[in-house]
Design a protein around this ligand. Structure first.
Ligand SMILES: C[S@@+](CC[C@H](N)C(=O)[O-])C[C@H]1O[C@@H](n2cnc3c(N)ncnc32)[C@H](O)[C@@H]1O
Length: 286
C-alpha cells in the first residue's frame, strides 16, 4: 500500500514536470502522434449517440475526435491526472463539431466511478502502462462502463520495439540536470505492459472479459527537422523539466545529443521514420 502510494506520487510528479512540454507540443502530438492510437480509435468504433470515456486524455486531441464521432446526441468525457493538461484541453476544444467534450482532472485509480457513467465504451492512448496500480485504474474503467461496454486502448510494447524512446533520453541526459527515477521491472512506465500475459491478468482481475492483446507495428513519421523533432520528444519525456530549466547552450547540446542517436532513423532531405511497437488491447465488461 505504501509502495503504491509512493508510485502514485511519483506518477503525479512525473506528469507535473512533463505537462508544460505536452501543452507546448499539443498540436504536434495530435498530428505526429496519431499512429500511436489509430488502431484503438478504429477498434473503438464510436457511433453517433454513444457515451465514451477517454482515459489519460492529455491535451484532449483524442477526446475531441471521439466527440466528433458520437455527435451531439452522444458524450465524450476525457479524464487526466494533470490539471494543467486538462485546462489546456478545455481551452483547445470548447466545442468541436458542435459537441463539447467534457474534461475532468482526476486520478483514474482513485475516482471510484467516472462522473458521467455509465459509458458505452472507453478509449485510452498510451496511458494504461503508466498506472501505479493498474488493477485499481482498470477497475474504475470497468465500473464506469455499462454491462457489455467495450475498451480499446494502445500501449507501448517493450523498449526494443520502441528504439527511439531511450535514444532520446540517453542522448539528451548528459547535457541536462537530474532526471526523474527510471522505472524498473513492472513499475509504471512506458514499458511496464511489455508482457501480454500480464496485461490479460490485469484486465481480468479488474473485471474485463474477452481480452485480446495484439501487436501492431507503426511508425512516427516526422519532417526532416532534427531540432523540432528532438525538442518535442525531449520535452514530453522524463528530461522535459530539466530541459526547460537548462540554459540555451545546454538545450542545444541536448537536442544534438538526441539527434545523433536518432541519426539511423533519418533520411536526410526526406525526414524521420521512428519504428514503434504497440499493443492494441480490446476487452468488454460482462
Ligand atoms: C503518454 S501520455 C498520453 C496522452 C494522450 N493520451 C496522448 O496520447 O496524446 C499519458 C497521459 O496519461 C495521464 N495519466 C497518467 N496517469 C494517470 C492516472 N493515474 N489517471 C489519469 N491520467 C493519468 C498523464 O497525465 C498523461 O496525460
Amino acid at each position: 500500500m505504501a509502495r503504491t502510494a509512493e508510485l502514485r506520487a511519483r506518477n503525479v510528479a512525473f506528469w507535473d514536470q512533463a505537462a508544460p512540454g505536452w501543452i507546448r507540443h499539443a498540436e504536434r502530438q495530435d498530428e505526429l502522434g496519431r499512429p500511436l492510437g489509430a488502431a484503438a480509435m478504429a477498434a473503438l468504433r464510436a457511433a453517433p449517440g454513444e457515451r465514451v470515456l477517454d482515459v489519460g486524455c492529455g491535451c484532449g486531441g483524442t477526446t475531441a475526435e471521439i466527440a466528433a464521432a458520437v455527435g451531439p446526441a452522444g458524450a465524450a468525457v476525457g479524464v487526466d491526472v494533470s490539471e494543467a493538461m486538462v485546462a489546456a484541453a478545455r481551452h483547445r476544444f470548447p466545442a468541436p463539431g458542435g459537441t463539447a467534450p467534457v474534461f475532468l482532472a482526476g486520478d483514474i485509480e482513485t475516482m471510484g466511478e467516472v462522473p458521467g457513467a455509465p459509458f458505452d465504451a472507453a478509449h485510452s492512448r498510451m496511458t494504461l502502462m503508466l498506472l501505479a496500480d493498474p488493477v485499481a485504474g482498470l477497475t474504475t474503467i470497468a465500473r464506469s462502463l455499462r454491462p457489455g461496454g467495450r475498451l480499446a486502448a494502445t500501449t507501448f510494447r517493450d523498449a526494443a520495439a520502441v528504439p527511439w524512446l531511450m535514444a532520446v533520453v540517453l542522448g539528451a541526459a548528459p547535457h541536462l540536470g537530474d532526471l526523474p527515477p527510471l522505472p524498473l521491472g513492472d513499475e509504471p512506465g512506458p514499458f511496464s505492459f511489455g508482457e501480454p500475459a500480464r496485461i490479460e491478468r490485469l484486465l481480468t482481475a479488474a473485471g474485463f472479459g474477452a481480452v485480446a492483446v495484439e501487436p501492431r507495428d507503426v511508425a512516427l513519421v516526422a519532417p526532416d527537422d532534427p531540432d523540432l523533432l528532438t525538442a518535442w520528444l525531449i520535452e514530453v519525456g522524463p528530461a522535459g523539466a530539466a530541459y526547460r530549466r537548462a540554459e540555451p547552450p545546454a538545450r542545444a547540446a541536448a537536442r544534438s545529443g538526441a539527434a545523433r542517436l536518432l541519426a539511423s532513423l533519418r533520411t536526410p532531405g526526406a525526414g524521420y521514420r521512428l519504428p514503434t511497437g504497440i499493443w492494441l488491447i480490446t476487452a468488454t465488461t460482462g
